[in-house]
Design a protein around this ligand. Structure first.
Ligand SMILES: [Zn+2]
Length: 275
């Protein structure tokens, strides 16, 4: 092998290991999934954690499958809230597990954008209730319904206290962005907005957590505009604003905001369980 070809081979290897490291870094939020993710665990692992007294609470993440402008994946909200839930559960391991996320939420307001899936309010609430009831049946006494989609907020706030009463266990709800005080939003977001929609915050989060889900060509609004057919002019203006704000996103902001949400969620659980 000539020096030149050896050098290019080494360069190729270095490039592929850098790419591999990038993928691993992006996936690091999902490290050790069997530790805290209910759906990756065996029944034996779940049973022993519960019966041994180590497992004290379960997080039920709720998200959406909805349009996130041209550049973010439709699973964005579900992926984001599940990541926060998992990281918070890992901080409190082995006391917390994360249930399978409710990955379709209440999104009728985005049905004019193709691809969005929506549940009716009553369907969504029935799914959340049935998951809580399943957990209660197994002996789980504390549940945090951790939300990651705006359309689910009011129905959850209104109904979760009734779920708790009906099932006779502790069930509480928050959205992970409840962690963000106005000061935090002002400090990290140039647009002054979080969570917003597919704009500075969500794009920063995605850059830090799952950059492979971002399609940057989609924030070039002038190029994408002819392909959009948004009837409501107010909604079209808003969409342009989101695309402009998405350009303000950075990985560092995403990392900081994720860290704040994870610590806040862990603290919320500590308070709930008096840990
Ligand atoms: Zn979103």
């Amino acid at each position: 092998m000539s020096t030149h070809s050896r050098r290019s081979l080494l360069a190729a290897l270095a490039a592929s290991s850098t790419a591999q490291a990038g993928i691993e870094a992006a996936a690091s939020g999902y490290a050790n999934p069997r530790k805290v993710l209910l759906w990756e665990s065996t029944r034996k692992e779940f049973r022993e954690a519960l019966e041994g007294g180590a497992l004290k609470a379960v997080i039920v993440p709720t998200g959406s499958t909805e349009q996130h402008n041209e550049h973010l994946a439709m699973i964005n909200d579900t992926a984001s809230v599940t990541l926060v839930a998992q990281k918070a559960a890992l901080l409190l391991y082995p006391n917390i597990m994360v249930a399978t996320p409710v990955s379709v939420g209440i999104s009728p307001h985005w049905m004019d954008r193709k691809g969005t899936l929506t549940l009716k309010k009553e369907t969504f609430l029935a799914v959340v209730f049935d998951i809580c009831e399943s957990l209660q049946t197994h002996g789980v006494k504390n549940i945090l319904v951790l939300n990651g989609h705006g359309g689910n907020v009011a129905p959850l706030r209104e109904s979760v206290p009734q779920f708790a009463k009906k099932l006779g266990i502790r069930i509480e709800t928050n959205s992970y962005w409840d962690a963000y005080t106005p000061e935090i939003v002002k400090k990290y977001m140039v647009s002054g907005k979080a969570p917003g929609h597919a704009a500075e915050f969500e794009t920063s989060f995605a850059m830090a957590a799952f950059p492979e889900r971002i399609h940057w060509e989609g924030v070039d609004y002038d190029k994408i505009k002819p392909h959009l057919h948004i009837k409501d002019p107010k909604s079209a203006i808003q969409e342009e604003e989101f695309a402009r704000e998405a350009k303000l996103a950075t990985t560092a902001k995403g990392e900081a905001m994720i860290d704040i949400a994870v610590k806040w969620t862990a603290n919320r659980l500590r308070g709930m369980l008096a840990l």
